[in-house]
Each structure stands twice: as structure tokens, then as C-alpha cells.
Design a protein around this ligand. Structure first.
Ligand code: SAM
Length: 236
């Protein structure tokens, strides 16, 4: 059982009002996360208050700085145990969410959690650099997002191809965000992006966080994303 009051007050600080249904869903999510984590390695964060702050609130901070229109489509690349994508779905059930990961067993847990909390999302087992060439995913989304998957330069190559021109890639980052952004400048331009803004904030006693918003201003060239080996050998 999580401290719903803490979740409620912390989300209010982000300007969000979670209704009783959302609080119940987060409670169940936390319970299942701890249960499955004993069977499959999902997260090092298992204390209830830490789950609230470092997973739920950290994910929901997205909505303080960026407010997708009703029914907008969003893909979470490398969602793992559902962060930020599944947390966003609970707070905003109207969003059309795709949760992508290269590890099938994590997605099995996600499907189980979705069923238990009574929500639906598109759960996709794929590597971002391959799915980015698939017409079903390429330039199909209003938003792409990711947390703790890769450095911003490589992450831009994973995430920008999924976004429609006019949409945004929202990157959730930690204290090193400004340096990552500097290193990713060429990649972002090359992939059709333009940095719109970076918001840096303190996550309730858990350290500095940043939300980087990158607008998709032109189509991504067909050759991107490249296979991972090439991304490592020839970084943009
Ligand atoms: N986003 C989650 C979070 O913040 O808790 C999970 C982070 S975990 C450190 C990184 C996740 O990205 C893993 O679940 C891994 O399987 C996935 N991943 C790594 N590279 C990927 C790729 N190229 N395509 C899709 N998923 C990938």
C-alpha cells in the first residue's frame, strides 16, 4: 500500500489532480512492480515512497512542462517497467500510448499490469533502431519520449524518427542534461529536430532532473536510425 497522500500532494505540485481511480491504479501498479521485481529484475527502486517519487512523480513531471492535447499519440521507447509511458497513461487515460521495449519479459509484466488496472496501451516488442524503419511506427506519433535508455545523442536517433513533423520528442534526463544536450546538438539537427526548451527542476529531495523538448521540424532522412553498431562507430 503506497502513501496516496504523498502521491496526491506531489502530483499537485506538478499542477496535476489525480482522481481516486488514478490513485488506486498507481497503488496497484506499485504493488505489482514489487511483486514482479522479485521474479524479474525490473528496478532497483522498491521502497514505496521511492517508487512514488523516483518513478511515478519523475514520470509525471513530463505533464508539468508539456501538456499533450486530448487523445494525442505518444510512444515510450525503452519503457522497461513502464516509465514514463504507463505512469502517463494512468494520469491521462485519454492518451493513445505505445510502450516499446526490446525485452519481451518486461513487456509481459506490463501487459499483466495493464490488465490488472483496467487500461489499454499498445505494447510493442522491438528495438527502436529497427522499428524506426517500419511504416507502422515511423513518423506516426505526436510525441516520443524516453527515460534512462541512452545518451541524448543516440536517443535522438532512436526517438526522433517516430515523431510526425510538428510533433515533439520529450527527453527525461538527470543532472548531466546540459552536457548531453551539447553533445547531441548535431544529431538533433541531422535527424530533423530543433531544441525548443529545457526545464531543469529539483525532484522533491531526489536531485536535479531535466525535461528537454525537441520539436520535429523536418522529416528524418531514410538512412536514420542506423544499426546500433554504426551509431557507436560513427556517432552523429
Ligand atoms: N524507461 C524505463 C525507466 O526509466 O525505468 C526503463 C529504463 S531501463 C534502464 C532501459 C530499457 O530500455 C530496458 O528495458 C531495455 O530493454 C530498453 N532498451 C534499451 N535499448 C533499446 C532499444 N534499442 N530499443 C528498445 N528498447 C531498448
Amino acid at each position: 500500500m503506497i502513501n496516496k497522500e504523498l502521491l496526491k500532494t506531489e502530483s499537485e505540485k506538478l499542477g496535476l489532480t489525480l482522481d481516486e481511480m488514478a490513485l488506486e491504479r498507481f497503488d496497484k501498479y506499485a504493488e505489482l512492480l514489487v511483486y514482479w521485481n522479485e521474479r524479474i529484475n525490473l528496478t532497483a527502486i522498491t521502497e514505496p515512497d521511492d517508487i512514488i517519487l523516483k518513478h511515478f512523480i519523475d514520470s509525471l513531471a513530463f505533464l508539468k512542462y508539456c501538456c499533450p492535447e486530448k487523445g494525442a499519440s505518444l510512444i515510450d521507447v525503452g519503457t522497461g517497467a513502464g516509465f514514463p509511458g504507463l505512469a502517463l497513461k494512468i494520469a491521462r487515460p485519454d492518451l493513445n500510448i505505445t510502450l516499446m521495449d526490446s525485452t519481451q519479459k518486461k513487456l509481459g509484466v506490463i501487459e499483466e499490469i495493464l490488465k490488472e488496472i483496467g487500461l489499454t496501451a499498445n505494447v510493442v516488442h522491438a528495438r527502436a533502431e529497427e522499428a524506426g524503419h517500419n511504416k507502422a511506427f515511423r513518423e506516426q506519433y505526436d510525441f516520443s519520449t524516453a527515460r534512462a535508455v541512452s545518451n541524448l545523442r543516440d536517443l535522438s536517433e532512436y526517438c526522433l524518427p517516430f515523431v510526425k513533423v510538428g510533433g515533439k520528442f520529450i527527453s527525461l534526463k538527470g543532472a548531466d542534461a546540459k552536457n548531453e544536450l551539447e553533445e547531441a546538438t548535431v544529431a538533433i539537427k541531422t535527424l530533423g529536430g530543433n531544441v525548443e526548451k529545457i526545464d531543469i527542476f529539483e525532484l522533491s529531495g531526489c536531485g536535479e532532473r531535466a525535461i528537454i523538448q525537441i520539436q520535429k521540424v523536418s522529416e528524418t532522412l531514410d538512412k536514420y536510425p542506423r544499426p546500433k553498431g554504426k551509431m557507436i562507430k560513427q556517432p552523429l
